[in-house]
Write a protein that binds this ligand. Structure first.
Ligand code: 5GP
Length: 200
């Protein structure tokens, strides 16, 4: 059996990346499995330990990182976030396609460790629209929104290192485009696997 494909999704806060990932995971035809990250941030309303994240203390997180249990980790807004190395490797080895929803510092470390990973970046159609989405979400203060918009600029600067950039203007169209990319990647990877195993 060939290894699964590692898909990595990033995009600034407010681009709709979370909703996009939910839709991709809900559609069984995509054959995608989420890697649950560890974090030191507080659990938000509606989140579930072990499903949304594995919530842990900073002390425990640092221990896991020192023991080499993280494929990558990063500090974002003062909290640690990290991808479990063994779980991802086991899923890939068993042929599962894995989705990581992580910020760019981590995504680019994953690209170094797994050059064959497929990196996808979500952008809003305009900065004005991004500001509107952040305001409508009502989760942050005006000052926090300004900080998120500044952070978004840094994230955009990293996007040329990704394999694909998708614009989330219409959610349905954006998801459809990503699903097409997932299908085509799976198809071309299995073609290459077949060619590599063919007698000549
Ligand atoms: P939130 O606190 O809103 O759930 O996530 C904050 C940011 O951390 C998001 O950009 C999210 O994609 C990112 N993130 C979540 N898990 C990980 C992880 O395991 N590693 C890295 N580097 N970023 C992560």
């Amino acid at each position: 059996m060939s290894n699964g494909i590692l898909f990595v999704m990033s995009g600034p806060s407010g681009t709709g990346k979370g909703t996009i990932c939910e839709k991709l995971l809900d559609n069984k035809a995509n054959d995608l499995f989420l890697s649950v990250s560890s974090t030191t941030r507080e659990k938000r309303k509606g989140e579930t330990d072990g499903v949304t994240y594995n919530y842990t203390t900073e002390e425990n997180f640092k221990k896991m990182a020192e023991n080499g249990e993280m494929l990558e980790y990063a500090v974002y807004s003062g909290n640690y976030y990290g991808t479990p190395k063994k779980t991802v490797e086991d899923m890939l080895l068993s042929g599962k396609n894995v989705l990581l929803e992580i910020e760019p510092q981590g995504a680019l470390k994953v690209k170094d460790a797994f050059p064959e990973a497929v990196l996808m970046f979500i952008v809003p159609p305009t900065m004005k629209e991004l500001r509107k989405r952040l305001s409508e979400r009502g989760r942050e203060t005006e000052e926090q929104i300004e900080r998120r918009l500044d952070a978004a600029k840094w994230e955009f600067e990293q996007s040329p290192r990704y394999n694909y950039i998708f614009v989330n203007d219409s959610l349905e169209e954006c998801v459809a485009e990503i699903e097409k990319t997932i299908r085509e990647t799976a198809k071309s990877r299995s073609l290459v696997d077949r060619l590599l195993n063919e007698k000549y």
